[in-house]
Design a protein around this ligand. Structure first.
Ligand code: HEC
Length: 203
């Protein structure tokens, strides 16, 4: 074989290998992207418990609490985000398109087994999701799957979007309540306009 054709063959092989690895990583990048039914309903993200754990809230209320609510056991919220978007956020302090958050609700208990004080998570109460999708008019959309619904249509804006739009610290996400992500957003200076962190948290 002439040297020139050997060189040509090697370079063709190298190109093919690069192309193959690129297409593989493109497939990997999208595995956790939001999936929709033909009617644009979000499919329940079944594997969210394999995603990155963001943080938990306990008994968080966003309106003045009535006497009755105090009597109720506080509810836990556990937040997860798809790993591809988490990695981007660590690098940039921003959420890429096709980010999906899962928020699960658990009842709490304060008596059980050897427990003398404190709270632990007990019964699964439901799953909610928040999706950044630039192909939708609102860009950020909200969904509720309850305990076992396989798909959900987006909530009207007044139910979820408006509070997130007005109060969240980074785009629509409540990073002010997620200490690790808050550090990242402060470092990248990506807090929404007008949002400032308490002095004790700034570096
Ligand atoms: C009055 C304000 C308010 C409304 C209304 C609201 N949320 Fe949130 N949401 C929050 C706060 C505060 C957090 C962060 C604390 C937590 O973990 O519960 C949050 C967190 C979330 C998260 C985790 C990701 C993130 O943005 O930080 C999801 C998912 C979510 N909400 C979905 C919903 C859905 C679905 C609805 C409508 C049914 C809704 N929210 C309505 C205040 C609100």
């Amino acid at each position: 074989m002439k040297p020139i054709s050997l060189v040509l063959m090697l370079s063709l092989l190298a190109t093919a290998a690069t192309w193959r690895s690129r297409s593989t990583s493109a497939v990997q990048e999208n595995v956790n992207a939001p999936h929709y039914s033909a009617e644009h309903r979000l499919l329940r993200p079944e594997n969210y418990r394999e995603w990155v754990y963001v943080s938990s809230g306990l008994g968080m209320n966003y309106a003045p609490v009535s006497r009755g609510a105090h009597a109720m056991a506080p509810v836990f919220t556990n937040v997860f985000v798809n790993p591809e978007s988490y990695r981007d956020f660590i690098k940039t302090g921003r959420w890429p398109d096709k980010t999906i958050f899962a928020l699960e609700l658990y009842s709490s208990a304060d008596r059980g087994s050897i427990l003398q004080s404190g709270h632990y998570q007990q019964t699964f109460l439901g799953l909610e999701a928040e999706v950044k999708d630039a192909s939708t008019p609102e860009v950020w959309r909200y969904y509720g799957f309850g305990v076992d619904r396989p798909e959900a249509e987006a909530f009207p804006k007044a139910m979820c979007f408006n509070c997130h739009e007005q109060n969240a610290f980074v785009e629509h996400s409540f990073v002010q309540f997620y200490p690790r992500l808050l550090d990242v957003a402060i470092a990248h200076k990506t807090l929404n306009p007008g949002k400032t962190v308490p002095v004790s948290r700034t570096r």
